[in-house]
Each structure stands twice: as structure tokens, then as C-alpha cells.
Design a protein around this ligand. Structure first.
Ligand code: COA
Length: 425
């Protein structure tokens, strides 16, 4: 079967997490992704959080599947020549360098566009134009500046960052959508364009419901927040709401059987209005179906703590999976809190390719998250990440069409060697 992005060639200048997430997705959809790395060094994550000595880390391998790796010193004159040829042969350049790096390398947009007018140049930066545009940014900075941290956690505690990498992987996803959209527009215009995704913007986009609540706040208290039922006044900014549901259907994380010893023996329980009567029956409060304090959603809003405490008395008599079984049969929305261990062992996620086992020549077998986006006519096969510079000669010959003599010349130029400073270290 052919792949959706077959024939699309990506010049991948990404590193760490945000950019590599994007190019890995494009590779999974069938693009030929050529990762350009600094000779001798490579993507810094190859050596970060290493669990197996002298093997590429899981940090790197899990973000760089299905790519080819070429090492090239783009500050070396011959390296610049090779890069120019690569720009001619590729459809998209993707980068998440710090601000100004591509310009300092001697390849600003204008130059790239003049070398290859069809090339799409896609960039992730921490911030868009404005006071912070020159700042370097990592995941948690984006979570803090994009509105996620100020609205995550408990009202009386510190702002919290989430484990989900919404700044890095989230922005990578945004960029991937921008790239395929620009590729589509190019089919009509024949022209490349700049695609940019700022991490702050990406996080704010994912925190959209909180900007909704910020504006609702002007018109009165947010009645679905626990704070309302507790009689605590609201300030002028959206508060942290603990595990309150972000939507109009109140929800909470509740203890299940075994919670005293198992940190994940909990379930998320949503008191969706259309199934309220079923909830009353399940938890053994049939009187609540008609009682004026509980029967209708507006009456319940000031009593959510009491209501969830009562529901919890029921969930604590069941394991999270037993509770899930009973509630699902009644169409009551809920979800067990699954640990990473449980997810790693989940056979249905293995069956769909969302969790995959990959073999790697230096580190052996490991688990990864496969492509979460399934295309019926473009199935994803997850292939191991490349070793540093594994495909350098192959790319010089096959993609750029260089002869043995030219390849030897490039080797002699030092463009494929580690910069002198690093070599000395
Ligand atoms: N050959 C020669 N030099 C190379 C090279 C190559 N193949 N690839 C990279 N370099 C050089 C660059 O030219 C640059 O040098 P310069 O500063 O002298 O111009 C340097 O390596 C890389 O700079 P930078 O991207 O700023 O890396 P960093 O390690 O200092 O900062 C980040 C890392 C992530 C903070 C920064 O890249 C950033 O803010 N990126 C944008 C936001 C982002 O994606 N953040 C999330 C990352 S998960």
C-alpha cells in the first residue's frame, strides 16, 4: 500500500522534542525525512537521560523513528554547499532552532526561497513576534506562559505543569498540520511559504476553554467550579480548579477500592445530566432523582462536594475496572486512572499500533508510542531511529546524486567531521 506523503522530502533540522515530534509524524505518513545533525554530536537528546550505556537514549529513539540521519557541519563552507543542494532537493525544511540561528547559519528565508521557491520553511519558536521573541524556550516555560500552569493544580496550591508535553509535542502537532496545509496550498500556487508555530500559542490553543472561562467570569462566578459550592469568592483571573471537569458536565477523580496503597486506584466520574437518574440508582440514592435539591443540574451545582462524596462512597467499594464496567453499561461517562505500567501492558493498544515494540541495534528492544493518527489507506510501520550519520553517504549519493569523487571531496573538506572544539574535548 502506498503512503499518504510518499514523494515528499523533508529536510529535518529539528532537535530535542517539539520539532522531532512533527517530523516523526510526517515520516510515519510516508515522507522521506532527512535529519541533519552536527557531526560527532547529533541531536543533544541522543545522550540525554541515557539508560543503556553508549546507546541512543529513549528520549531520542522515541522521537526519531522512520528518519534518515546525515551529519553535516553547516558552518563549514563545503557543508553550506551541500546544504544548498539539499534545499534544492527537498520540499520542506523544518527547524526548531533558537531564534535567529538559521539566519546566523547564512540561510534566512529569503535565501532559501531564492534557492528553491517551492520550499516550505516550517519553524517552531517559543514565542511569536513580541517582547519575548528572542527567548529560548523549553516545555515547562511554554506551559507556564501559555495559560496551562496558571489554570492547573489546586486553588490553594502552586501552579502546576502537566506530564503531557503540550508545549513540545503539542506544538509539533500544530506545525505538522501547518506543513501539510502548506503542501496542499502549494499544489495550487506552486510556491512555498513560511509556516510558524509558537509554543506559547500552541499551549494557549490547548487551554482555549480557560480563556472561555476568563470571559464568563466577568458575568458572575463559575458555578461548575468546586470553589462556587464552597462559597469561596472568585478573583479577577480564572482560578485553578483541581480535578473539576473543564466542561459543563461536573466531574471529579474519586477513590476506588485499594486507593490506600495503590496511587492509581481512582476513577474519573462525570455526572452527565442525561444519565443522572441512572447514577442515582447505581449509587443507591434513588430519592435524588426527584428531590428538588438534586434532581436538576442547577440545583446540584452548589452541592457538588456533597454529591461527589456520596458517589465516592460507592466507587470505594469497587476497583476502578469494576466501576468502569458497571458505569459503562449504564452509559455513564467515566475513566479509570491508568498508570504508565498499565498502558505499556495494554494489549488493545498494542493491537492498534499505538504502543509498539521496536528493535534497535545498540539498545535492543524497547516500547514506543506509535502513530496515534490512523489512516485507512496509509498504514504506519514504525522503524527504528537512525544512528548518528548512518545515512550520510547514502544521501549524498542517492538524494544529491554525487559521484564517488565528490563524496570523497566532501569528506576531505571536514564538513562531515566534528567541529574542532568538540573533537578536542
Ligand atoms: N552544523 C553546525 N552548527 C549547527 C548545526 C550543524 N548541523 N546544527 C545546529 N548548529 C548550531 C546552530 O547554528 C546554533 O549555533 P549559533 O547559536 O552559533 O548560531 C546552535 O547549534 C544551536 O542553537 P540552538 O538551537 O539555539 O540550541 P540550544 O541548545 O542553545 O537551545 C533550545 C535549545 C531548544 C532552547 C532552542 O533551540 C529553542 O529555543 N528552540 C525553539 C523552541 C523549541 O523548540 N523549544 C523546545 C525544544 S523541545
Amino acid at each position: 500500500m502506498t503512503k499518504a506523503l510518499k514523494g515528499v522530502r523533508i529536510l529535518d533540522f529539528t532537535h530535542v522534542q517539539s520539532g522531532p515530534t512533527c517530523t516523526q509524524l510526517l515520516a510515519w505518513f510516508g515522507a522521506d525525512v532527512i535529519k541533519v545533525e552536527r557531526p560527532g554530536v547529533g541531536d543533544i537528546t541522543r545522550g540525554q537521560l541515557q539508560d543503556v550505556p553508549n546507546a541512543d537514549s529513549l528520549y531520542f529513539t522515541m522521537l526519531n523513528h522512520n528518519k534518515r540521519s546525515i551529519t553535516l557541519d553547516t558552518k563549514n563552507p563545503k557543508g553550506k554547499e551541500v546544504l544548498t543542494e539539499l534545499i534544492k532537493q527537498c520540499d520542506v525544511l523544518v527547524e526548531n532552532f533558537g531564534p535567529g540561528v538559521l539566519d546566523r547559519m547564512g540561510f534566512p528565508w529569503e535565501k532559501i526561497h531564492s534557492i528553491n521557491p517551492k520550499m516550505i520553511v516550517a519553524s517552531i519558536k517559543g514565542f511569536g513576534p513580541g517582547p519575548y521573541e528572542d527567548c529560548k524556550v523549553y516545555e515547562n516555560v511554554a506551559q507556564c506562559t501559555g495559560g496551562a500552569a496558571s489554570t492547573t493544580g489546586f486553588r490553594d496550591g502552586l501552579p502546576l505543569v502537566t506530564g503531557a508535553q503540550i508545549g513540545d509535542s503539542g506544538t509539533g502537532l500544530h506545525l505538522a498540520l501547518g506543513i501539510v496545509t502548506a503542501l496542499y496550498q502549494r499544489t495550487m500556487t506552486g510556491q512555498g511559504q513560511k509556516v510558524t508555530a509558537a509554543m506559547q500559542d500552541g499551549v494557549l490553543n490547548l487551554s482555549r476553554v480557560k480563556l472561555r472561562d476568563q470571559q464568563r467570569l466577568v458575568h458572575g462566578p463559575l458555578k461548575e467550579y468546586s470553589q462556587f459550592g464552597e462559597g469561596i469568592p472568585f478573583g479577577d483571573a480564572v482560578p485553578r480548579a483541581g480535578n473539576d471537569s473543564g466542561g459543563g458536565q461536573p466531574g471529579r477523580i474519586l477513590k476506588c477500592k485499594g486507593w490506600e496503597t495503590d496511587p492509581n486506584a481512582y476513577i474519573y466520574f462525570i455526572t452527565q445530566a442525561p444519565v443522572w437518574e441512572k447514577i442515582c440508582d447505581v449509587i443507591g440514592e434513588p430519592g435524588w432523582k426527584t428531590h428538588p435539591d438534586y434532581a436538576k443540574p442547577p440545583a446540584r451545582l452548589s452541592r457538588l462536594n456533597e454529591i461527589f462524596a456520596r458517589i465516592e462512597l460507592w466507587t470505594m467499594t469497587k476497583t476502578k475496572f469494576e466501576a468502569m464496567d458497571i458505569l459503562n453499561k449504564q452509559d455513564i461517562p467515566c475513566g479509570p486512572i491508568l498508570s504508565m505500567k498499565e498502558l505499556a501492558e495494554d494489549q488493545s493498544l498494542r493491537a492498534t499500533g499505538t504502543v509498539v515494540e521496536v528493535d534497535h541495534p545498540t539498545r535492543g528492544k524497547y516500547l514506543s508510542v506509535g502513530n496515534p493518527i490512523k489512516l485507512s489507506d496509509s498504514p504506519t510501520e514504525v522503524k527504528r531511529s537512525p544512528l548518528l550519520g548512518e545515512h550520510t553517504d547514502e544521501i549524498l549519493r542517492q538524494v544529491l546524486g554525487f559521484s564517488d569523487h565528490q563524496v570523497a571531496e566532501i569528506h576531505d573538506s571536514g564538513a562531515l567531521d566534528p567541529p574542532r572544539k568538540q573533537a578536542a574535548e
